[in-house]
Design a protein around this ligand. Sequence first.
Ligand SMILES: [Ca+2]
Ligand SMILES: [Ca+2]
Ligand SMILES: [Ca+2]
Length: 503
Amino acid sequence: MTNPVIKSPNLSSKPVVEKDRFLAQLMLVLLFILVGMSTSFAQSECADGIDNDGDKLIDFGSDLGCTSKGDGSEGGLPTGEVENGWTIFEPSEDTRIIYVSSSKGKDRNRGQSPLFAVKSVERGMQLLRDGYPDWLLFKRGDEWDSGLGQMVKSGRSSQEPMLFGAYGEGSKRPKFHAYDSGILTFGGGDSPESIDYLAFVELHISLSRRNPEHPEFNPLSQRYSVNWLRGTKGLHFEDMVFQWSELNFSPFDGFPISNILFRRSQFLDSWAPSQSSHAQGVYLDIVNNITFDETFFDHNGWHESAADGQKTIFNHNLYAGNPNGLVLKNSALLRGASHGTQMRSGGIIENNLFAENSISILFVSRNENPRVVGNVILNGTNISEKEGRGWGIEIQNGGNNVDVSGNILSSCNGSFCQNFTGDLSNTTMKDNVIYKWPGPQPQSNNTFVDPERDLRSYQVLNGGEDSVTSFVESMRGQSRMKWDDNYTIPVILQYLKEGFASK
Ligand SMILES: [Ca+2]
Ligand SMILES: [Ca+2]
Ligand SMILES: [Ca+2]
């Protein structure tokens, strides 16, 4: 489009010159706006410095509608939807967000913005409203000498949970040295019967005094990062790290514990002196509908250098006594003292990675449609020299037919290797691969693409050292703020399974 004023021959007349100048400036401004718009289009919504969906949270690291810096949209998905492997959380109209910082906060503040953060967990907890979808956010990189303590307030619904999460620069999860209390519910303290609809995202709860290298090491200090003894209608844990600690869900007070979801969380280094107690990564009593998805269990039930920290038959990565509707999928369970998982009331164990457990899976088939399928089990070990193990899958029949198919068992290192044990009479066994793992079931005759694949070869492939320790370090380094797709468990599983494809 041509501009008639610019074309005007009467350039010497003063009013027109000023008009020209004005138009030139206008065009400059328009140009700036256009350039600005094109760069923001080029940048993703989750890294553009703008609150694109109007929820007052801006970009990746703050807006939980963003799953990475490259994510193209802050909004558009409801709470609970999974995008790029992460669960979306959106605040509600009336959500109150409270900021807590141990380094910058003051308890006389009201916590309404990072500038006015409160300091203590206790003060933050006070500012939450029971029955509201309020959010309590802790500053990344900050640490507290306490856990979250007794939980007595609920969210509004599974779509509008109360949320405990993180904010601020960096990728270090807010860390809680929960010496006396992790996340607790129990009778007393005016606790309701049921504490419902809570979400915990990107927090590190560590019972640090159980670490033998801690200056105040005390192996008998309390050991639960989560001790849930009241009822609940729903709990969501994601991107959490639980360390030096056990999680316990037991309806001690008789109120139902239902609908628990763990996603992309880590359970690490739980142990207890074997003379005085047992230690699991997670202990489940009667719980209804509990799912572990892409979770990482490592080195639970023992400690190699602590006095009395040796492996025993009583300590496991995951012990499920009585849950109904347990699903363990896409997860990794490594280096348990005895069992990778002991599932005493069945459920579904699907597409998991087990390595260096003494007994990878014990499964008692009690519930409907029990399945142990698509798992990769590597390198069975012993509990001790005297207690030789290296058992892959032990099935105990509680009456239902169990589908045991498509599992791979490879390279047992124990002194009493058994690929399958137990009562296999009521079991559908098909398409299981057995390679260098002695036992009652015959070794597979096929020739495979690359059957020596294991966690070490995977680590070397990704530029790491040729050791399981190095692999584990990479796994432990994972978080939403610093995610490496190569250490997504289904990706690792695919690499291993491809090695066991028939030539
Ligand atoms: Ca944005
Ligand atoms: Ca936003
Ligand atoms: Ca998004």
